[in-house]
Every structure is written in C-alpha cells, then in structure tokens.
Design a protein around this ligand. Sequence first.
Ligand SMILES: *[C@@H]1O[C@H](CO)[C@@H](O)[C@H](O)[C@H]1NC(C)=O
Ligand SMILES: *[C@@H]1O[C@H](CO)[C@@H](O)[C@H](O)[C@H]1NC(C)=O
Ligand SMILES: *[C@@H]1O[C@H](CO)[C@@H](O)[C@H](O)[C@H]1NC(C)=O
Ligand SMILES: *[C@@H]1O[C@H](CO)[C@@H](O)[C@H](O)[C@H]1NC(C)=O
Ligand SMILES: *[C@@H]1O[C@H](CO)[C@@H](O)[C@H](O)[C@H]1NC(C)=O
Ligand SMILES: *[C@@H]1O[C@H](CO)[C@@H](O)[C@H](O)[C@H]1NC(C)=O
Ligand SMILES: CC(=O)N[C@H]1CO[C@H](CO)[C@@H](O)[C@@H]1O
Length: 815
Amino acid sequence: MEVATHMARSSTVYWSLLAVFSWLAAAGAGLGDGGRSPPQVYVVYMGAVPPRTSPSLLLESHLRLVSTVLKRGRRADSLVVHQYKHGFSGFAARLSKDEAAALRRKPGVVSVFADPVYQLHTTRSWDFLQQTTTAVKIDDAAGAGPARRSGNKKGKAAAPANDPSSSSPAADTIIGLLDSGIWPESPSFNDAGFGRPPSRWKGVCMAGDDFNSSNCNNKLIGARYYDLSSVRGPAPSGGGSPRDDVGHGTHTSSTAAGSAVTGASYYGLAPGTAKGGSAASRVAMYRVCSQAGCAGSAILAGFDDAIADGVDVISVSLGASPYFRPDFSADPIAIGSFHAVAKGVTVVCSAGNSGPGAATVVNAAPWILTVAATTIDRDFESDVLLGGNNSAVKGVAINFSNLDRSPKYPLITGAAAKSSSVSDTDSASHCEPGTLDSSKIRGKIVLCHHSQSDTSKLVKADELQSAGAAGCILVMNDNESSVATAYLDFPVTEVTSAAAAAIHKYIAAASEPVATITAAATVTECKPAPVVAYFSSRGPSGQTGNVLKPDIAAPGVNILASWIPASSLPPGQKQPSQFNLVSGTSMACPHVAGAAATVKAWNPTWSPAAVRSAIMTTATTLNNEREPMTTDSGSPATPYDYGAGQVHPAGALDPGLVYDAGEDDYLRFLCNYGYNASTVRLVASTLPSGFSCAANVSKDLISDLNYPSIAVTGLLGNKSAAAGRSRTVTRTVTNVGAQEAASYTVAVSAPPGLDVKVTPSKLEFTRGVKKLAFQVSFSRSGNDDDAAAAKGALSGSITWSDGKHMVRSPFVVTS
Ligand SMILES: *[C@@H]1O[C@H](CO)[C@@H](O)[C@H](O)[C@H]1NC(C)=O
Ligand SMILES: *[C@@H]1O[C@H](CO)[C@@H](O)[C@H](O)[C@H]1NC(C)=O
Ligand SMILES: *[C@@H]1O[C@H](CO)[C@@H](O)[C@H](O)[C@H]1NC(C)=O
Ligand SMILES: *[C@@H]1O[C@H](CO)[C@@H](O)[C@H](O)[C@H]1NC(C)=O
Ligand SMILES: *[C@@H]1O[C@H](CO)[C@@H](O)[C@H](O)[C@H]1NC(C)=O
Ligand SMILES: *[C@@H]1O[C@H](CO)[C@@H](O)[C@H](O)[C@H]1NC(C)=O
Ligand SMILES: CC(=O)N[C@H]1CO[C@H](CO)[C@@H](O)[C@@H]1O
C-alpha cells in the first residue's frame, strides 16, 4: 500500500499540473482578460442563505457583488460557473487574483479560495489512470448489509431491512452520492418492486452525453452533473454527463443502495448475491468527478442541490490530500456538509488512503461521519507450485493467467536476471523497469521484491510481460498483504517474505528450478478478520485533536460491486464483468451510508448526530476469533485506526441511548476552534437570539462537544507539566430505547497510567426524564512510564448498559 499511496500522491500533482497547463494554454488563446493574473475558478463562500431571501434575489446579489470588483468590459454573468443558493450562499467564478482578493474584503463573504482538486479514495486510482481498462468495484453483500431489525419497536413487523418493496420504511430514504457518475444499466439499479419516489423528492434526471431521463427509474431517482473545468481545463462546449466513465461512482452507489443481484461475481471470483447496505433505499447521483479528479466548486454545487432535492444521507468517497489541509472555511466538503447536517442530512465521508502514518485522516470536521477501512474474511489465493517435491507456497492475487498446472516454467530471481548494463543489483531484484536482461527472463517466472519499490505493480507486470516472461511472483511488504490486485492477462501472484524465503531456498537447492502459478481461488472465512487495512488513514485529526477521528470502520478491501464495462477482457472471457473488486476507504464509506439510511428509515425524526451516535456506540471491536481487532500488521487497533470500531448495522437500529447534537453545538465548536462571532453568525442558518461566542472560548472546550467519543489533549507528554493535571468533560445522553423507565450503569475500561471517573455512575431515565448529563474526568495516575504514554496516546472506553443495550464510547488522551 505504501507504493500505491506514493503513486496516488504523484498522480495528484501530475493531474493538477496538467489541468493548470491546459488551462494556461486556453487562457493564452484568448480567455484571459486584462487582469494581471490569468483568471481561474475561485469559490466565494458566503455562509447560510439569509432568512427570507428569494432565490432570484440571492442570485442577483451574487452577480452584483462580482460586478463591483470587475474591470470594465467584464460581465459577471459570463464568469460565474456555479451559484449556491439552496443549502448555503455563494458562487464560483473565473476571476483574477486581484478580483478574488477584492471579494475577500467584502462584507458578507466568509472565504474566497482557488477551486481545489480532490481525489477519489480508491487505492488504485493511479494505476487506473495509467491503465484505463482496469477499474473498480462495488460492495460486498455478505459482509456488511444490515440484517434484520433486532428490536420490534412501535409494533411494526420486523421486516428485513433490505426488503426492496415500498412496504419497507427504507423505501422512503434517499442516498445521494457525490462521485464520478453512474452506469444506469447496471443490474444493481434495477427498480423491480419499487414504487414511485417519496413525494418530497425534488431532484431531476439531467440529460447529457449518452444519458437521458429514461436512464433514471424508481431506484436511480436522480442524476446531475457539473462543470468540471477546474479539473480538466475549460470544458469543451456542450459535453458532460451523469454517466460514469471511471467506475468508482457506480461501485459506491451499488455498495450503498444497490438492489440485490444474484449470481454476481468478478469473472467467477467472489461469487454470491451483491446487495447494497440499504438495498431498499433510492439512489441519486451528483457527478462531481472525472478521471482526473473532483472539482471543489462542483462538490459544493452537489451538496447545494442534494440538500434542496431532499436526500436523507450524502455519501462522499473522496477528499483532499492529507498534505493539503484546508481550513474548514476553505474546504468544500466541510462547508457543504455543515449546511447539509444543519438541514438534517447525514453526511458520511471516507477517511482517506494515506495510512498507516499518524494524522493522515481527512474529512474530519465534527459534523461528518468519517469512515476507515477494514478487511473482510475473504481472500483470493493464487499459489506458487515449486518443482521437485511439488510443494505449494501461498500467494494472493486475482489472476487470469493461462499457465499449465504442472510446475514446468523455469524460475529465476530478478537479481539473477540483471542486465549487464545495470550496476544496481537491488533495483534488479525489485525488477525495476529497464534493469532486467530480457534474454534471461523469456519464458520464465521471475521472482521480484516489491517491498521497497515506488514503481506500480501493474507497471512491473507490463514490463515483464512485454519482455516475454511467463509470469511473476511479487514479494510484498508483509503489512499490506490483504489487498488483492487484479492482473488481467499476465500471471502474477503476491507472496509474503516468509514464502519468498522458501522459494529462495528452493532456487538455491535445485539445479534447474521450475514453478507455476495456479488460478486464483476464492477463500472465505479467513481469520482474523476484520483487520484495519494498511492504507486506511489514521487519526488524530490535524485540525483538532479534541475530536476523535476517524469515527467508524467498515469493509474496504477487495469489495465486489457494480462497475462500468471494461474495454479489455481477461483471456478466455467474452463478456466484460458487470462487477469489479476494488479497495479503498471509498468502498468503506458507502457501507456506512447504507447503514445510516437504514437507521434513518426506522427513526425518521433522528438528527444526523443521533444517527451517527447509534452507528458508533454499537460498533464492535472484536474480530471473528472473538479477539480484539488488530491492524494489518498485527498490532492492536486503537481508536486512531478505527474510531469506535467496526460498524454493526443491525445493532445500530437499537442503540438504547444516543449522544445528540445540533447546529448550536457545531457553532460553539467553531467559536472554540477560533472563528470570531461575526464569521459564526454568517455561517449559522438559525441563531438563538443574541448568539455570540462565549468569553471563555478555548480549544480545550472542544472536548465538551456532545460527541459519541471523547478526545482530550494536554494531559500526557511532558510529565512535569502534565503531572497532577486533570480534565473533566461533559456529555448528555438521550434515552431512545423502547422503555421510558430505564436504568443505566457505567463500566470504564482505562489503560494503566490513567484514572477515569464517571459521575454519576448511574443514570435513571423516566417518562419525564429523557436526557441526562454526566461528567468524565481524566487524570494521570502514578508516575509510571508506560510505553503508550511515552508515545503520546492512551485509549480506553466507557460503556453504559441497562443489561440489554451496550452504549460504548472510545476515548483517547494525548499530550
Ligand atoms: C433516451 O435514449 C434512448 C436511447 O438512445 C432512446 O431510446 C429514448 O427514446 C430516449 N428517451 C428520451 C426521453 O429522450
Ligand atoms: C519441499 O521443498 C520445499 C522447498 O525446497 C521445502 O521447504 C519443503 O520442506 C519440502 N517439503 C517436503 C515435504 O519435502
Ligand atoms: C510493518 O508494521 C510494523 C508494526 O506496525 C512496523 O514496525 C514495521 O516497520 C512495518 N514494516 C514495514 C516494511 O513497513
Ligand atoms: C472575523 O474574522 C474574519 C476572518 O478571519 C476577519 O476578516 C474579520 O475582520 C473578523 N471580524 C471581527 C469583528 O473581528
Ligand atoms: C464558559 O462560559 C460559559 C458561559 O459563558 C459558562 O457556562 C461555562 O461554565 C464556562 N466554562 C468554563 C470551563 O469556564
Ligand atoms: C515541561 O513543562 C515544564 C512546565 O511547563 C517546563 O518548565 C519544561 O521546560 C518542560 N519540559 C520539556 C522537556 O518540554
Ligand atoms: C478466478 C480466475 O479467473 N482464475 C483464472 C486464473 O487463470 C486460470 C488459467 O487461465 C483460469 O482458468 C482461471 O479462471
């Protein structure tokens, strides 16, 4: 994964540069005006829509505002690319740097920023761009779909949550996705059994290239697309479509809400029924990405429309690079999701694929539900059979090779096949392009190390294939062994360093070493699973350590879901697969969006915070061996890896208690974060009269946000500074269980070195008392030097229980 993420990074730079160059070329050809700097798209964000403002007045006021900064002869209406008018106010326009700076000083403007390009959160996006034929996949039905409703509240029948009929409450929920578009012919979007969309639905099915209103139905109820010129240079006149030409949006949509499709597989691999997390929900696609990336100005337009159209949940599997960390006021995802949540729409985002390094999580605003990725209990085994005694060495890959099953292909290491013109044996042993002598590898299987290589696996495979090699064995970094790569028409498998040692031993002992690579087979019930995926981005959040991120984990490795038809096929295949196997936090996010839609369906009045709380407090931290979950490398997983743990959709339907929060709480967060009252007033849609930031704002008080997890900073690290210090945070829980009279007691799991006290330790709910507050105080205990404290983070959990529900909140205490 290390390699893949490096690649993803360089691709971001490459594509953004490309966009700039093509745009400069266009500007030189006459688009530029008299301004000193050439115009580019800037986003002008103006906070909430002022009360009692008609849309037409708002649009007019935007144009008037632009006009005030334009040079004579430039017309505002020809420069404005998007106007935001439903969920929030603002616009995107082609402006010079000076014009943008002038707008920044205007009253009513919260922020002005150059349109950023964000990336889809698949691990293989770079390989994709290089090899446009291989693509991504959707969702795993078996692993994650919500099962049956556990309780039987309000006398409703316990219907299967996925029942695709209008009698299921989930038929009234709509999941909107901001993504690369959708392939409407995919069987996942079949609307058999679905009635008309809910009456509150106000969306549209936009016609575009190869897409018209007939492509929507009662499952795919809406599709829009946006100007993506910031990503790929000025758009050609016309053009654009909701139709997916990447695969990613088709995959995430079918993972969130795809109808059940029996007999799904990827060319026979991972066979079964493919079904979205909330198969009864409706889908609306907002296309904000192309192959080259996602335009921030389009992301905002997607949020603005999704809010007005009436979606219940927005799923966003994309984000900024962790190295570009925009302020909340300059991050289209933070802005759009703030206003969506203020209007009651739950927003679920991927955490990013920049792990396993610390502080790599993105999409970490406290109103977002942020999702990490884990493995499922399924693998694709493609073994190496060695000559001599015919012993098998386990490998992992999705192979489409046509090698004979008997080990008859000569086996050679990259080092032994080094070209005489190359002096660096290490590069040859890694089979870096240009380092091997093709006459030494023709017809042979080549053993290549890959643990310290920045070259894409697919690039290496291509190079060996064109040199006439028979196959390739890649020795991987052991920490990333769980992500299977599809090698379409060349036999490749990936092995661990221990397996490689056995192969090396055999080569050394045999006079004429031979081997073969077997066809991939699907292996299920692998243990342990889940584990946190190597690539999954980790906490703490770089923006505030006083909110724990990520929030939750869900399956994101080798996920099977719908895809666009590939243009090239594996050997022996006549039809492109309608499904694909893909990995990334992109794939984890729609699993949780599906779970959120199901929770919302059964509890239509719940706020986004309540929905998130139900999902987080019912998560599991155990794997399928009933042991605490680990990361890919075997180390114990911490809340910085998986938040509250692995999503448990059925449990989330009956959480017992929820930690609720609303716009007021997020406004107080913004005050504590450092925004002044005038900015907060612009952002707020409804303000308690006389709202102003408290006099005692501080980052420490962010820990008091009524969140389902707890993060406290400033207690560890420098012993003499932290010694004797303690911190107390407040939380309020709301009883949402079937029983109005309920008695909950607390259990604390605290690590050595930390004292954690909860007061009161018992909460009594009655008919009249639905909400109760409690306090958690943290202090260093003893003067022990335990390793975790030295590393800077201590974690544990508090759990409220009434004997039936377990309401668990993780906490992390840091320096
Ligand atoms: C949409 O396109 C299809 C295929 O091109 C065509 O058969 C159909 O009539 C079109 N529908 C509308 C409403 O334009
Ligand atoms: C077969 O050969 C491999 C590699 O040389 C060796 O590790 C293994 O122990 C052998 N197995 C048997 C059963 O002889
Ligand atoms: C694998 O993970 C372990 C534990 O996190 C770490 O110590 C080791 O350096 C990692 N190995 C590589 C090659 O990244
Ligand atoms: C509030 O903050 C904004 C942005 O930092 C700044 O432009 C503005 O002048 C501040 N307003 C007040 C009243 O301090
Ligand atoms: C901060 O001020 C508010 C009122 O402005 C008060 O309710 C609260 O207790 C204060 N918090 C602290 C930690 O002093
Ligand atoms: C630890 O904190 C104390 C008190 O704030 C300060 O005097 C000391 O320099 C700090 N030590 C280190 C190593 O930062
Ligand atoms: C899963 C899969 O498609 N495996 C293929 C691996 O290669 C062999 C030989 O071509 C095929 O028979 C398998 O179907």
